[in-house]
Design a protein around this ligand. Structure first.
Ligand SMILES: NC(=O)c1ccc[n+]([C@@H]2O[C@H](COP(=O)([O-])OP(=O)(O)OC[C@H]3O[C@@H](n4cnc5c(N)ncnc54)[C@H](OP(=O)(O)O)[C@@H]3O)[C@@H](O)[C@H]2O)c1
Length: 342
């Protein structure tokens, strides 16, 4: 298959940000690499926008924050990502772009379709082109969003969407979200408030209080100034995204039959989950999003329930700067990388 650039010239090379060794953001380099060609059931997407999220930073550095998982999974993850150096040299888990070429057996998309989606740990979005299965987590871009906005919602929308769906939240139930300003948390606040009609309290740091409020949180708690476990307030659900609390300390902040839900957990929490299943009215639940279904995210975006809040936008060649900005804890919303200038 021959790809063309804007001027109609054949193009089998593309620009991409390549990470050849685990380490700091400076390792992210703009390079010219072979452009991927689609297999029979794959579409080739010209990427217009992608983001910097938790997964990108964890995969770039690997030692950084990746331990938010049961210890036995770590060697497996290291094997998947590369033991000494990264196997996945092109980062980027979510994207918005245009279908540029089709594999021989593609039936769901046509050339020129604007699409958005999530490739998760497969990565590869920090590049001009990316190929993925038409049956993957990809669908037409929400009509009410720009490419930059659409690229910012798949990860949070999919993970928060699936975990909240399993929570079976009832209207007016009280939910406390710890990590409310992050990729998953910001989607969880919006969905809990606007889709499930819950009473939402978001826990975050001082610089992001206004941001979390703007997402729809009824109340915000600054964890640098206030310990919610000491307030006497109780919740139906405490959802801790980053494993920043503990069941022991949160127990008194849960109502009878309340649930303490973790998106990041270790073996200790898995044992707590088994134990509380047998004994006591308050339950620990370690929750994983397994489906990676983009379709509900598109629907929620199109009815205005799920919005992207773009804090800052960087060009592809500024990927290292974008990572630094996120890693320094400066973002207040989504950080987007755009490729339209290439
Ligand atoms: N269960 C699953 O299926 C699943 C899937 C993907 C990822 N994960 C897990 O999700 C986690 C990443 O979540 P994410 O992508 O939302 O992270 P993120 O975008 O990196 O956001 C992290 C947020 O946590 C906040 N934070 C830091 N310390 C805090 C504290 N003590 N209390 C409350 N908030 C605090 C930070 O902002 P502030 O400074 O404003 O607090 C930041 O906004 C990882 O641990 C990953 O393993 C789970």
């Amino acid at each position: 298959m021959i790809m063309m650039d804007n001027k109609g010239n054949a193009k089998n090379k593309m620009k991409a940000i390549v990470n050849e060794r685990y380490g700091p953001p400076e390792g992210l380099k703009l390079k010219e690499v072979d452009a991927p060609t689609p297999k029979d059931k794959e579409i080739q997407i010209r990427i217009h926008a992608t983001t910097v999220g938790f997964g990108d930073i964890a995969a770039r550095d690997f030692t950084y924050r990746i331990f938010h998982m049961p210890a036995p999974l770590y060697p497996l993850m290291k094997f998947v990502f590369g033991i000494r150096k990264p196997k996945k040299t092109i980062l980027g888990t979510e994207f918005s772009g245009t279908v540029e070429a089709l594999g021989a057996n593609v039936t769901l998309f046509k050339e020129g379709d604007d699409v958005f989606g999530y490739v998760g740990q497969k990565m590869g979005c920090y590049a001009e082109y990316m190929c993925m299965s038409e049956d993957g987590s990809v669908t037409l871009k929400p009509t009410n969003m720009t490419h930059a906005e659409a690229a910012a919602i798949p990860y949070g929308g999919i993970i928060a969407g699936e975990i909240l769906r399993k929570m079976n939240i009832q209207p007016r139930q009280k939910i406390l979200i710890i990590g409310a300003s992050g990729g998953i948390g910001s989607a969880a606040v919006q969905l809990a408030k606007h889709h499930y009609d819950a009473e939402v309290t978001g826990v975050c740091g001082t610089p992001r209080l206004e941001f979390v409020k703007s997402l729809g949180a009824d109340k915000v708690i600054d964890y640098t100034k206030e310990d919610f476990t000491q307030s006497g307030e109780t919740y139906d659900i405490i959802f801790d995204i980053l494993n920043k609390s503990s069941f022991g300390r949160c127990k008194n902040s849960l109502v009878k039959n309340g649930r303490y839900i973790l998106a990041s957990f270790g073996m200790k929490h898995v044992f707590q989950m088994l134990w509380t299943k047998l004994i006591g009215s308050k339950k620990v639940i370690c929750s994983m999003a397994m489906k990676e279904d983009i379709h509900p995210v598109k629907e929620l975006a199109e009815i205005g329930t799920l919005k992207a809040v773009i804090d800052k936008s960087f060009l592809l060649e500024q990927a290292a700067e974008a990572h630094k900005y996120v890693e320094e804890g400066r973002k207040k919303g989504h950080v987007v990388i755009t490729l339209d200038h290439l």
